[in-house]
Design a protein around this ligand. Structure first.
Ligand SMILES: CC(C)(COP(=O)(O)OP(=O)(O)OC[C@H]1O[C@@H](n2cnc3c(N)ncnc32)[C@H](O)[C@@H]1OP(=O)(O)O)[C@@H](O)C(=O)NCCC(=O)NCCS
Length: 159
């Protein structure tokens, strides 16, 4: 497995991968991926296996609080799950965050995404306590706006 930053040339392959991520990943516009590849590539790594894009993380360092990095989309191809692809990608973002002196990785999941919940806990994230608990997943009401309840996960960098 090779971990490499997103490039403009890889966007069509990335879009093919992310199209498999419904219902938890929604495809964005091509110009959004262009933006990620040109302005945010340091925190948007791809995992390449046998020459194919097998996994990706799209993440951004906050400009409001530069000690934080938000992971927006995380996806592993269905035939490569449970092989450490997300682990390698998250470690790459963590490594970049540590170089910058960042303190925290965080992300949100939909409350019913139990595979993701297990993955975040397995990767050392904690599920922030929230307003309710749904099948063991702590959920914060309206986190992303009215009616957009989310489970929020975070992992410290450098402690
Ligand atoms: C969630 C997802 C990204 C995990 O990717 P992955 O590459 O399979 O994860 P990894 O192999 O790196 O797993 C790392 C650890 O997480 C845990 N884990 C991951 N998937 C798990 C699952 N389905 N059930 C239980 N534990 C799981 C394990 O502890 C695993 O370590 P181990 O295999 O050594 O035990 C993947 O299932 C996926 O792409 N899902 C669809 C898109 C999605 O829901 N993205 C997240 C949106 S927030």
């Amino acid at each position: 497995m090779i971990i490499t930053p997103l490039t403009v040339g890889r966007i069509p392959d990335l879009e093919k991968l992310l199209a498999l991520g419904e219902p938890y990943i929604r495809l964005r516009g091509s110009s959004d991926y262009w933006l990620y590849a040109t302005l945010f590539a340091n925190t948007c790594p791809l995992a390449i296996i046998d020459g194919q894009v097998a996994g990706s993380v799209i993440a951004f360092r906050s400009q409001v609080d530069p000690s934080q990095i938000y992971l927006q989309d995380v996806m592993t191809h269905p035939s490569h799950r449970r092989q450490g692809v997300t682990r390698a990608l998250v470690e790459e973002v963590h490594r970049q965050g540590a170089l910058w002196g960042c303190r925290r990785l965080f992300l949100t999941s939909e409350p019913d995404n139990h595979a993701a919940h297990s993955a975040w806990l397995g990767l050392g994230f904690s599920n922030r306590s929230g307003d309710t608990s749904e099948q063991g997943v702590s959920v914060i009401y309206d986190y992303k706006g009215p009616g957009k309840h989310r489970a929020v996960y975070e992992r410290q960098i450098g402690s």
